[in-house]
Ligand binder design. Structure first.
Ligand SMILES: [Fe+2]
Ligand SMILES: [Fe+2]
Length: 494
């Protein structure tokens, strides 16, 4: 049998000594998924002789072969709605979301669960793999076998596909609907983060920003929050401090929508609230990045500029033409979001002004998200519980007591994302609060267990569940600080 040697030697992309293996795999994995996405798409448009395809295949080879060299083999696998690279689940970046989605959908449609590379790959082999894969008939249960047979016919024996595994509950309509909603939630979340980023970049570059998309996304978010608020609330635990301003705006919007929903707002008002919250810090687009990300305390001049961001935000929003009719509520919400009863609030006013409802809601959401997110100048954030305690202690009633009560009720005594120790000695992450005031201390919890690679997901349990003797099967003993256990909570909500 002819042994095919790689035409292009892999570009060595060795892991730096200082870079942890997880981080390396995650970065390379995201890169790999993007490459697969583009290759799969190109193959739908061009034939295998196309020049664009040739060039892109060569680029992709470098990533694939570097990974194969690193670990001796490469396995890319779809499990439920996740992707695993060499058995490690890949977390996607904001930019990578579309590629992940595309790859998972296309493989699932073709009932392919895994592609395993046992040796280095050449340009010709990679093209064969991609075209064979994309030409498989959708829904074909024998596709993995067909694919392997076709590869064998071409003497390509170092690549092997396995069929998609189906899991308990997947065939069940309700489980699927929930799963679908979760997928929509992820999509809305990441698209919104991306859109905010785009808008801020446009404003920084003094270009016209298109905000129609933001409006559509806010409508989708309202819809989701009305259906099941825990889906989007869970996403707020994805704390990414490199992208602080973008993630923060989206989180503040999710919390605000959940509060607004409990106040009984109509869909129209909720959408306005959602947009206002998304744009509450838009004025920061006018503040230099160095000031925003300064690790130490701000000097007088920098602080004075920072305090102008609510007012600058008002100015920007009034100039966003595509926002359509801007309701005064929205402008006032942005203006108010740092007003306080004491001199630390801003902007400074000549006459005392009552805060509007939008501003009050956003202020609560803003404070909670800021405290629970790691920042460049405060790498270890408050746990959800500690943040709520600080907010409750705020002097002079900075937060409206009724709104704060709603917020605490909504995130629960054990807010979503809290790490909890149970009386069964199990450890879990609170994933859905119990909205029944009587059972606020009995949320739904995703159990996690420690194995060699860290904490892995187990099942979701409901703490209201009882045993045969009418006793609760599990109760929370206390919450734990995830930072101490090196648990990245956001990971479990993806
Ligand atoms: Fe702000
Ligand atoms: Fe903010």
């Amino acid at each position: 049998m002819e042994i095919i040697q790689p035409a292009v030697q892999p570009e060595r992309a060795p892991r730096k000594a200082s870079e942890p293996l997880d981080a390396y795999l995650s970065k390379m994995g995201n890169n790999l998924v993007t490459k697969f996405h583009v290759l799969m798409r190109i193959s739908q448009i061009y034939d295998s002789k196309n020049v664009a395809l040739k060039q892109f295949t060569q680029e992709s080879l470098q990533v694939i072969n570097a990974l194969i060299q690193q670990a001796g083999a490469l396995s890319l696998k779809v499990v439920k709605n996740d992707l695993y690279l060499n058995e490690q689940r890949l977390r996607y970046s904001v930019e990578g979301f579309t590629s992940f989605k595309y790859l998972i959908t296309q493989w699932r449609k073709r009932r392919i669960g895994e592609i395993f590379f046992k040796g280095l790959v050449t340009e010709e082999i990679l093209k064969e793999v991609i075209y064979l894969l994309m030409n498989l008939e959708e829904g074909g249960e024998e596709n993995a076998t067909l694919f392997n047979d076709e590869l064998a016919r071409r003497d390509i024996l170092m690549i092997e596909a396995s069929p998609l595994e189906t899991f308990e509950g997947e065939e069940d309509g309700t489980a699927l609907r929930k799963e679908d909603q979760r997928e929509v939630g992820k999509k809305v979340f990441f698209e919104t983060v991306g859109t905010i980023k785009e808008i801020i970049t446009k404003i920084k570059g003094k270009q016209q920003a298109d905000v129609r998309k933001l409006k559509r996304l806010a409508q989708k978010a309202v819809h989701l929050v009305m259906e099941d608020e825990s889906i989007l609330l869970g996403m707020t635990t994805i704390k990414n401090y490199d992208e602080y301003t973008f993630n923060h705006s989206v989180n503040v919007s999710i919390y605000s929508l959940a509060i607004g929903r409990h106040l009984g707002f109509s869909k129209r008002i909720l959408t306005e609230l959602g947009i206002t919250a998304l744009l509450h810090d838009i004025g920061k687009a006018k503040i230099p990045r160095e000031t925003l990300n300064k690790p130490g305390p701000l000097n007088g001049e920098e602080w004075n500029l920072m305090k102008k961001h609510s007012l600058m935000g008002v100015e920007i929003v009034l100039n966003l033409k595509q926002l359509g009719e801007v309701n005064p509520r929205m402008v006032i919400g942005i203006f108010d979001h740092h007003l306080k009863n004491d001199p630390s609030g801003y902007p400074k006013l000549f006459r005392k002004k009552e805060m509007g409802l939008f501003g009050q809601i956003i202020q609560i959401a803003d404070a909670y998200d800021a405290m629970t997110t790691p920042r460049i100048y405060k790498k270890v954030p408050y746990t959800p519980e500690q943040a709520l305690a600080v907010m409750l202690k705020e002097k002079d009633g900075q937060f409206d007591p009724l709104l704060l009560k709603i917020f605490i009720g909504l995130v629960g005594i054990f807010p979503i994302g809290s790490l909890a120790l149970l009386d069964t000695r199990e450890v879990g992450i609170v994933c859905k609060p119990n909205l029944d005031p009587q059972w606020m201390d009995r949320p739904q919890v995703l159990l996690v267990a420690r194995d060699a690679k860290g904490f892995v997901k187990k099942e979701v349990v409901d703490l209201t569940e009882k045993d045969g003797n009418d006793r609760f099967k599990r109760s929370v003993v206390k919450t734990l600080d995830p930072n101490k256990y090196h648990i990245d909570i956001g990971k479990y909500f993806l």
